[in-house]
Design a protein around this ligand. Structure first.
Ligand code: NAP
Length: 259
């Protein structure tokens, strides 16, 4: 039995849809007070409405995390509304596909500013509040793409997701003295609103490459995040959890066909 996280202050960047909304929903259902950070008002408002209708506590803060000053706004927002930050879920991310031959410096900067720089600045901004509270949890949504696998069009994205892990290994050492842990989840192919648009045929082909025979749900990722936020996971830091239905395991198509 895990210690309840009732009343904890949880910030979820990119919590207005997709995996982040799944994380926000699962934490709110577990009794946490959730602050969703995103740019788009409509989706953020709908996300909060969905969570409160289910009996959870949530609010939103609109910020473009590509701008460095947004990190301080995020931390201040959590302080004003919840008195601090217990758990920071650095989930906001973008993945525009661009072949390497056509990639511009701006394409690279855009992906790194949201996926890497905003994560680092948000953690730095929340750190004093976590230290004051005697500790905290940081949970990063990385990906299998980059740290383990590759996919055409996503070389900059993959580099950013691998960079998150390079960052967290040193950050985990630096923050351990403050009893702040930092871990990452590496999702495989998760069904989100964006993925659903790719059509049933595409989704079926993707599912056929996954040993567990289905794409992941946002809840699959969110439950891993909830575990990493639990008191019981307090001795885990600088680590990664792959949530992919075994997608990275087969060394060839034959390995799946022969199973
Ligand atoms: P998504 O559905 O596109 O949602 C992205 C979220 O991030 C939205 O709430 C979006 O809100 C917010 N966001 C994007 N840019 C932002 C910015 N500049 N400032 C503030 N908020 C911003 O994405 P997702 O598929 O759930 O992915 C979430 C995370 O999981 C990403 O880090 C991604 O790399 C990772 N991931 C996803 C998958 C997958 O299969 N879906 C697999 C592996 C890893 P606004 O647009 O309104 O700002």
């Amino acid at each position: 039995m895990f210690t309840p996280i009732t009343g904890r202050s949880v910030v979820v960047t990119g919590g207005s849809r997709g995996i982040g909304l799944g994380i926000a929903r699962v934490f709110a259902a577990a009794g946490a007070r959730v602050l969703i950070v995103a740019r788009g008002k409509e989706a953020a408002r709908d996300a909060v409405a969905q969570i409160t209708a289910a009996g959870g506590q949530a609010s939103y803060l609109l910020a473009d995390l590509a701008e460095s000053r947004s990190a301080d706004a995020l931390a201040r927002g959590a302080l004003d509304r919840h008195g601090g930050v217990d758990v920071l879920c650095c989930n906001a991310g973008i993945y525009p596909a661009v072949p390497l031959r056509e990639m511009t410096a701006e394409d690279i900067d855009q992906v790194f500013s949201v996926n890497v720089r905003s994560m680092m600045l948000s953690i730095r901004a929340c750190l004093p509040h976590m230290e004051r509270a005697g500790g905290g949890r940081v949970i990063v949504t990385s990906s299998i793409t980059g740290p383990i696998t590759g996919y055409p069009g996503w070389s900059h994205y993959g580099a950013s997701k691998a960079a998150q892990l390079g960052f967290l290994r040193t950050a985990a050492i630096e923050l351990a003295g403050a009893r702040v842990t930092i871990n990452a989840i590496l999702p495989g192919n998760i069904v989100t609103e964006g993925l659903e648009d790719l059509g049933e045929d595409y989704l079926r082909r993707m599912a056929s490459s996954i040993p567990l025979g289905r794409l992941g749900s946002v809840e699959d990722v969110a439950h891993a995040a909830l575990f990493l936020a639990s008191d019981e996971a307090g001795y885990i830091t600088g680590q990664t959890i792959v949530v992919d239905g075994g997608q990275v395991l087969p060394e060839s198509l034959a390995a799946l066909e022969d199973a």
